[in-house]
Design a binder for this molecule. Structure first.
Ligand SMILES: *Cc1c(COP(=O)(O)O)cnc(C)c1O
Length: 375
């Protein structure tokens, strides 16, 4: 029996996409960004399958520890850095590298250096070059550096990083300025530099620095506004699948689902698919959002419920109960669904709920995850 819904994760596609990062940034080392359960793709399985990456980046210390528990020995970078003393201890014990983005984190490290013995904390200075979320402003960098250098060898500063705010728009002038500021400071400090996220790697050569940090592109998502993932050479890794569980002939004027927000314009077959917001399918998906049945697009109609959605089957008269329905992935780019819903591919991928059965395909023989055959 095949559970519904299922997220089929093609690990071969993720490795292919890593290869594309390599081709765009051949001189860079790669932090494969696998935060948020690898954007919904399963952090452990993705880590096991990305043997080619030099390291992994996660948002939080707990995610880094999960990777260590899974037996990952490579460098792991915590992009948000530690949020308190316990977090810093945990990061040190697990040998995680941390992004340091405010003076207050230097206080934490100073206190820890008095309190405990090594391992040394490996620190990436996180510079704010225009994103204005987290990061040290360029003018505040040298006092922080000086304080950290006094703590050596309990601390070692291993790199400088910054995050691009508008790299998804190839024409935005902020990106060049961000890259320049960071590059100048890295040269001055003699530190390796990390800039490129997926959009930077694909769209901005100056973001292809010593280390790059691809996330969404590893999963086959397009990071560039209005640019098709397939045209960029990316392969979608996640295909979210469910099945048609009912088909009913409806009469003209029949309202469909909660609130009756859709009324049938004529006699028509309406199918019901076993997926809803309880699985992470977005409740705000409006009438018209496409699903794929028998290789053809059909629009959803009416409101998304917790466990079900309704679809207009007028264009697919041979559809039968039990048919496979693709919500996004192979044959239906997640970007198309996201555009209908008014969100981005990132959000749809990483909000898949634990109720969805995740199955990994094309895993390495020695990876701990099981291989399954796609239907
Ligand atoms: C999430 C994240 C990335 C990856 O971004 P993508 O757009 O998914 O490639 C890189 N760097 C930082 C600091 C991040 O938070």
């Amino acid at each position: 029996m095949n559970p519904v819904p299922r997220a089929l994760i093609d690990l071969g596609a993720i490795r292919h996409n890593l290869g594309l990062v390599r081709r765009h940034a051949p001189k860079s080392r790669i932090w494969a960004v696998i935060k948020a359960d690898a954007y919904g793709h399963g952090m452990e399985a993705v880590a096991s399958s990305l043997k080619g990456a030099e390291g992994f980046a996660v948002a939080r210390v707990a995610e880094g520890r999960r990777l260590r528990d899974h037996g990952v020995h490579k460098p792991i970078l915590v992009l948000e850095g530690p949020i308190d003393a316990t977090d810093l201890d945990a990061a040190q014990d697990a040998g995680l590298e941390i992004a340091l983005h405010q003076a207050w984190q230097v206080d934490l490290i100073e206190a820890a250096a008095r309190r405990r013995t090594p391992p040394a904390v490996r620190v990436w200075l996180k510079l704010d070059t225009g994103m204005h979320r987290i990061g040290i402003l360029p003018g505040q960098l040298s006092p922080i550096c000086a304080r950290l250098r006094r703590l050596e060898p309990a601390v070692s500063i291993v790199g400088l990083m910054t995050h691009l705010a508008n790299a998804d728009d190839a024409d935005d002038p902020l990106t060049a300025g961000q890259c320049e500021t960071a590059a100048a400071l890295a040269r001055q400090l003699g530190l390796p530099l990390s800039i490129g996220n997926s959009a930077g790697i694909l769209g901005h050569p100056t973001a292809r620095t010593d280390w790059v940090r691809p996330g969404i592109m590893l999963y086959g998502g397009s990071p560039l506004l209005g640019r098709d993932a397939a045209a960029l050479g990316l392969r979608p890794a996640m295909t979210l699948i469910s099945r048609l569980m009912a088909i009913q002939p409806r009469d003209p004027g029949d309202p469909i689902g909660y609130g009756g927000t859709y009324r049938c314009p004529e006699s028509m077959p309406v199918g019901v698919v076993a997926v809803g917001y309880g699985d992470g399918y977005p409740r705000h998906a409006p009438t018209g959002t496409p699903v794929l049945i028998r290789g053809q697009r059909a629009p959803i109609v009416g409101r998304v419920s917790m466990d079900m959605i309704s679809v207009d089957l007028r264009g697919i008269p041979d559809a039968e109960v039990g048919d496979q329905v693709i919500l996004w992935g192979r044959g239906l780019p997640v970007e198309d669904v996201a555009a209908n819903v008014g969100t981005i591919n990132y959000e749809l991928l990483c909000r898949i709920s634990p109720r969805v059965a995740v199955e990994h395909l094309n895993g390495d023989a020695d990876s701990p995850c099981h291989e399954h055959k796609a239907r």
